[in-house]
Ligand binder design. Sequence first.
Ligand code: NAG
Ligand code: NAG
Ligand code: NAG
Ligand code: NAG
Ligand code: NAG
Length: 286
Amino acid sequence: MVLRWLFLVGLGLAEDEDVVSSQSCHFLQTGLGFRKHYPFEREDAEANITVDKEKGICLGHLSQQDLSTPIAELSEAYGEDGWCVYGALGGWIRECAVSRRTHNLSNFLDLFWTGYVYFLNGPQATPYTLTLFDNRTLTIRDHSFPLDDLYCFVNGWYSLDRAAIVGNFSYLEEASEKACKHLEETVPGYFNISFNDFARESDADELLLETLAREGGGFISEDVVKGMRLHAATKCLFRGGGRGAVCDLANCAERGRLGPNNEVLYTVRGECESVWADRPALVGSR
Ligand SMILES: *[C@@H]1O[C@H](CO)[C@@H](O)[C@H](O)[C@H]1NC(C)=O
Ligand SMILES: *[C@@H]1O[C@H](CO)[C@@H](O)[C@H](O)[C@H]1NC(C)=O
Ligand SMILES: *[C@@H]1O[C@H](CO)[C@@H](O)[C@H](O)[C@H]1NC(C)=O
Ligand SMILES: *[C@@H]1O[C@H](CO)[C@@H](O)[C@H](O)[C@H]1NC(C)=O
Ligand SMILES: *[C@@H]1O[C@H](CO)[C@@H](O)[C@H](O)[C@H]1NC(C)=O
């Protein structure tokens, strides 16, 4: 519930860019510790929160040293799901730990869907085009957290068998294994990526994408594309590799798919079908 509240506050602030910048809390600098954007709010890692494995929180406290330790190393060090090891850092991590444990993606998808309904509809959701360094284009409508679109696209997660990804957990795990294996072979220093590396990439790339959203589109360098792969590798590594990326694969699949000319068709806009059987009927109904 607290998370929901933070989320709504974040979106409320997003109406006003100036307020947003002054409120954008940087990681670890404030007790509140959430960025303006749902779902990537981050909670204060140095706070001490109650361990509750059922809720996806296996450690109540992560030190600065933990955050700069390779994710693969830290998540292997505990006999728990790596997502749960990092669960204290935010709802988007611990809900994945819960979904992984129950093999029910609803917890994770619900966290995102509520936001998507809100910010991918409405008059502000105008389309704009990103042009990648390799001349591919991508046309999207997300002005609130555009990283999601570029991320799903670059990693090929808008081009999967959507129904099987969301409806068949074994299929999802196999798809994740395959994606993570590929990232392991192509992302430099894969096994050394730390949470802080991920946070740096995520903040810098999201900032750039928000600027492009305001400007009505623009150029995506090879470095930013590499950032999307590092971002994906991080999700793999939360489980030491392999099956770790399941939640994001499923989220991309439910979020939408590619239409003609790489224009993203969004589920919440009714542009493509939902593949999530347990999708709640109304916003805030749960
Ligand atoms: C959390 O607990 C650790 C270890 O007991 C302590 O060093 C740290 O100061 C606590 N942090 C906060 C924010 O209370
Ligand atoms: C998955 O979880 C959701 C939300 O907790 C619940 O409504 C749904 O019934 C669950 N689905 C299955 C197949 O257990
Ligand atoms: C992208 O398009 C430009 C102009 O058509 C061309 O000069 C360049 O070689 C292309 N780059 C790639 C990587 O295909
Ligand atoms: C689910 O996926 C697994 C792995 O790909 C496959 O063997 C199985 O037949 C699928 N189940 C259904 C009901 O499609
Ligand atoms: C990770 O870092 C260690 C120590 O700096 C180095 O020896 C190792 O080669 C690195 N591994 C990768 C995959 O980059």
